[in-house]
Write a protein that binds this ligand. Structure first.
Ligand SMILES: [Zn+2]
Length: 431
């Protein structure tokens, strides 16, 4: 029997020009799929969710976050990039057990859902053992979100790396809520031959790829080797030239900007405006929760304010596109998610409009971008399933998970010899 859900009386911000925005609208969902968006829908046999005093919009899509670090949320607010690399990769990472990866990834993914992120790419670069990788996948499966496990290619022999990628791929065949992507290490770290080999394997396995880059030159090198793909998302890219941005546009590649991390950690200015000028539609991502908050409201606000400060560019709807439709496209999921469109899966969030921090809502899009925050996220649906209702995650034993994450943090910190009282300041120069 068809399961029907009707969202009634919400302000619909669809992010689909064909649907438009509705000051008052209904959304009908059947078996997890949006089937109709209209001012009034009669569906007497549907379960009704009252969306009055709510904005109904697509869930956010974060295409780049390393959630294994969640136990150290907020610990690195003052860190530079070298300090973060010393702290996370060289100080705590060696002490991570599979249980630590599991509980960190799970609570990281749950926080993203709580903040309205229905789709999240988890860029995995913690320990390279099967048990650690499987723990991350299990956590993503245990969180009721749409997730992409982006396996950062490991450091073994070419054959062992390829075998591991194939092993994880066999566990994530691509028809469920949790799918797989491949994280590339890049030509500066591995040489161009390895990049070519990993791209070939990704294509064979039907995987999209993601690659962190900073300086100018890398994109030119990839271009000259014929290795720019429309299935690759380039992360950060602060030092990239305008010509290289045009190469990305020509290849149809995607770009993920983490404005808070980039500005605070010394990467340089986010390339948002330059990317648009070059023909690349940017997307936004959180990256690291030790350093920045995990919600995309603040990420949008930073990107908006910085670009306005540089050249007066962008409109609030651009920011909302970056974090919904554009990001869904960068994950290869735009036929399933990213807008309130009939035929797409019902990945939807309901934002309170009666909260004093935003009331009265006169311009919904402008309000979301200029004043939105996770406290407004009242209800979250993923593929039609309600995973957060009345501001509370459904079916999640948070007290037990908090206890596990605290135990994980304290055990890792003790093993690494670092304080957890807010005084931890990594000193890369002493290494
Ligand atoms: Zn990253």
């Amino acid at each position: 029997m068809t399961k029907k859900t009707l969202l009634t009386g919400g302000t619909v911000v669809s992010m689909d020009p064909a649907v438009g925005d509705l000051a008052r609208g209904d959304v009908l969902i059947e078996d997890g799929v949006i089937v109709e968006v209209a001012a009034h829908i009669d569906a007497p046999d549907a379960e009704v969710i009252d969306a009055s005093d709510r904005i109904v919009m697509p869930g956010f899509v974060d295409n780049h976050r390393h959630s294994w670090q969640t136990a150290f949320r907020g610990a690195g607010a003052d860190w530079t990039f070298p300090e973060w690399a010393l702290a996370m990769h060289r100080t705590v990472k060696p002490h991570y057990r599979p249980e630590d990866v599991y509980v960190g990834t799970l609570l990281g993914r749950l926080e993203a859902l709580h903040s309205g992120v229905t789709t999240m790419l988890d860029w995995y670069h913690v320990a390279q053992t099967h048990d650690h990788e499987d723990a991350a996948v299990a956590a993503l499966r245990d969180a009721p979100g749409r997730s992409i496990f982006c396996l950062g290619a490991g450091w073994g022999t070419a054959d062992s790396v390829a075998a591991d990628i194939r092993r994880v791929r066999s566990e994530l065949p691509g028809d469920g809520l949790v799918t797989m992507a491949l994280g590339l290490r890049g030509p500066d770290d591995t040489g161009m031959d390895t990049v070519a080999r990993e791209l070939k394997l990704a294509a064979e396995l039907g995987l999209r790829t993601s690659l962190h880059i900073e300086a100018a030159g890398t994109v030119t090198d990839l271009h000259e080797h014929g290795l720019l793909r429309d299935t690759t998302t380039f992360v950060h890219a602060n030092g990239i030239s305008d010509e290289e941005l045009r190469m990305l546009a020509g290849a149809g590649a995607s770009l993920s900007i983490s404005p808070d991390v980039e500005l605070k950690m010394g990467f340089g200015s986010p390339v948002t405006g330059r990317a648009l000028a070059a023909g690349v539609r940017p997307t936004l991502s959180v990256d690291d929760v030790p350093s920045v908050g995990g919600d995309l409201f603040s990420t949008m606000r930073t990107a908006f304010a910085v670009q306005r400060g540089l050249d007066g560019g962008l409109r609030s709807r651009d920011l909302l596109e970056f974090t919904t439709v554009d990001a869904a496209r960068s994950c290869g999921l735009d036929s399933r998610t990213g807008s309130v469109t009939p035929g797409k899966d019902a990945d939807l969030i309901l934002l309170r409009t009666d909260d004093l921090t935003v009331f009265p809502v006169t311009d919904p899009v402008g309000t979301i971008v200029s004043a939105g925050h996770p406290g407004l996220v009242d209800t979250v649906l993923v593929a039609g399933q309600v995973v957060k209702r009345d501001g509370v995650l459904v079916g999640v034993d948070l007290p037990a998970l908090r206890t596990r994450l605290l135990a994980s943090r304290d055990r890792i910190a003790a093993a690494a010899g670092i304080p957890v009282d807010g005084t931890w300041r990594p000193r890369p120069e002493q290494k």
